[in-house]
Write a protein that binds this ligand. Structure first.
Ligand code: GDP
Ligand code: GDP
Length: 438
């Protein structure tokens, strides 16, 4: 289940990124007044009252330029409306209510999404100054006074956000729907792929009960099963600025991955692998999602009988950090091999949820440790007492050992490979958790 998403919107310099960093608990290296300073982090986890949410700082998406402030704000607000559970509109006590604050407040209110109004830079404790009451005019209910630099009021702010989140009942689609994030760089063909798949049977998301989550989701039911495709291209088309498109598409990819069961990493077959592909794929890997690499535009690739084989070999090298991933060569244009893509999605989804019994795991462990002795240091040898699978999505194995420091990465990798050789686990990352036991 994905974590609830809180989006922070507001004019430049009201303190969005300062607030974001305060809430996420880590101070960022650079927060200053220089316009155009790009933020390192715009999407991160935040824990409050024992529950986790994701925070997105929409201000990090577009470069700052005074003449387009309102356009930017509308763009950010739209992103928030499309994907957040709760939106925090940040204003600045010192500048009072501005015309763009009012404009965006109206836009947010019209969306029907829960909005929490934050008046930042309330640095003095005690009763708020008279200017504070002006913010009631925005029509968003009680403003919450916050000092992002000092931290006052941030707890109240999160409490107000949490009031709008039902942590118990937030499964947005039935279990039987496989949630597929289609991720990749701009122009690789993500939207074309989803359009091709949806075809004339495209269903409107609001037809499915209880789905308020994302306006750009596409629900598909076909002979392979029931799917929700999460399009990461979305509203970025409205953005004009190159850098914004870039940052925005990466952000959308992250948010989509967090919600998905399987990530289809689309790359452009006419261009080949690029660094950005590994970044996006790396996030899906880190988040433990099932993964399939779809090489698109295969129709436009000049080929002979060796092309696919050579391409696969190169890709295996490019994706060596996730050597479990299957490749499928498709065309969103002609529909070529979309069937095998669906078969892969189903397969990988099952593998990501695989359960292996403790008995079977320990049989593998016994054979593996006999074949290759565990590492030792200064006469002390690693002993792995036993393994058990603690959870699925991704399959997570807990190893009980005598000394964790002896359990080197390379030996963990070896064990992982032995497990994969026996059980497959195609297309899914696995995790190893090491526990010391005397
Ligand atoms: P953003 O553009 O909305 O993300 O704003 P920043 O977080 O970059 O903050 C803009 C400026 O306001 C920086 O100089 C911050 O140090 C300052 N600032 C942010 N929050 C507060 C606050 O609560 N009190 C005061 N006094 N200054 C703040
Ligand atoms: P997105 O930005 O990843 O959503 O990419 P689009 O779906 O907008 O596609 C970008 C461009 O690639 C468009 O001009 C598409 O017509 C083209 N395109 C997409 N898929 C294919 C394909 O399978 N074959 C060919 N030849 N072109 C494609």
């Amino acid at each position: 289940m994905s974590k609830p998403l809180i989006a922070i919107v507001g004019r430049p310099n009201v303190g969005k990124s300062t607030l974001f960093n305060k809430l996420c608990g880590k101070r960022m290296a650079i927060v200053d007044d220089t316009p155009g300073v790009t933020r390192d982090r715009l999407y991160a986890e935040c824990e409050w009252r024992g529950k986790e949410v994701m925070l997105v700082d929409t201000g990090g998406i577009e470069p700052r330029a005074d003449d387009v402030i309102l356009k930017q704000m509308r763009f950010q607000a739209q992103l928030a409306i499309d994907s957040a559970d709760v939106i925090v509109l940040v204003c600045d006590l010192r500048s009072g209510v501005t015309a763009s604050d009012a404009d965006v407040a109206a836009m947010l209110q019209k969306s029907g999404k829960p909005v929490v109004l934050c008046v930042n830079k309330c640095d003095t404790l005690g009763n708020p100054p008279p200017e504070f009451y002006e913010f009631y005019n925005l029509g968003l209910g009680d403003p919450i006074g916050v000092s992002s630099t000092h931290g006052h009021g941030t707890g109240d702010l999160l409490d107000a956000c949490y009031e709008h989140i039902d942590f118990e009942h937030r499964e947005d689609y039935d279990e039987e729907y496989v949630k597929v994030a289609v991720i990749g760089k701009p122009n690789v063909g993500k939207s074309s792929l989803i359009n091709k798949i949806a075809g004339s049977e495209r269903m409107i998301v609001s037809d499915i009960a209880g789905t308020t989550r994302d306006a750009t989701d596409t629900v598909v039911e076909n002979e392979f099963g029931k799917y929700v495709f999460i399009d990461t291209a979305g509203i970025r088309r409205k953005a004009k600025v190159e850098e914004a498109v870039e940052r925005y598409s990466v952000l959308r990819a992250y948010m989509a991955v967090d919600r998905c069961d399987v990530a289809v990493i689309v790359i452009d077959g006419t261009v080949g692998f690029t660094e950005q592909d590994s970044k996006i794929a790396g996030y899906a890997h880190d988040q433990g999602k099932g993964c399939v690499v779809a090489v698109n535009k295969w129709d436009a690739v000049e080929k002979d009988d060796k092309t696919m084989q050579n391409f696969t070999k190169d890709l295996q090298e490019d994706f060596s950090f996730m050597s479990y991933v299957p490749f499928v060569f498709i065309s969103a244009l002609t529909g070529q091999r979309l069937k095998s893509m669906f078969e892969q999605i189903n397969h990988v989804n099952g593998q990501n949820a695989m359960r292996i019994t403790t008995g079977a795991l320990n049989d593998v462990l016994a054979v593996a440790t006999a074949r290759m002795q565990p590492p030792s240091d200064k006469g002390k040898r690693l002993k792995i007492y036993y393994m058990t699978q603690a959870s699925t999505r991704p399959p997570t194995f807990v190893c009980f050992v005598n000394r964790a420091d002896l359990f080197h990465f390379s030996y963990q990798r070896y064990l992982e490979n032995q497990i994969r050789q026996t059980f497959g686990l195609t297309g899914t990352p696995v995790r190893m958790v090491v526990r010391e036991r005397g």
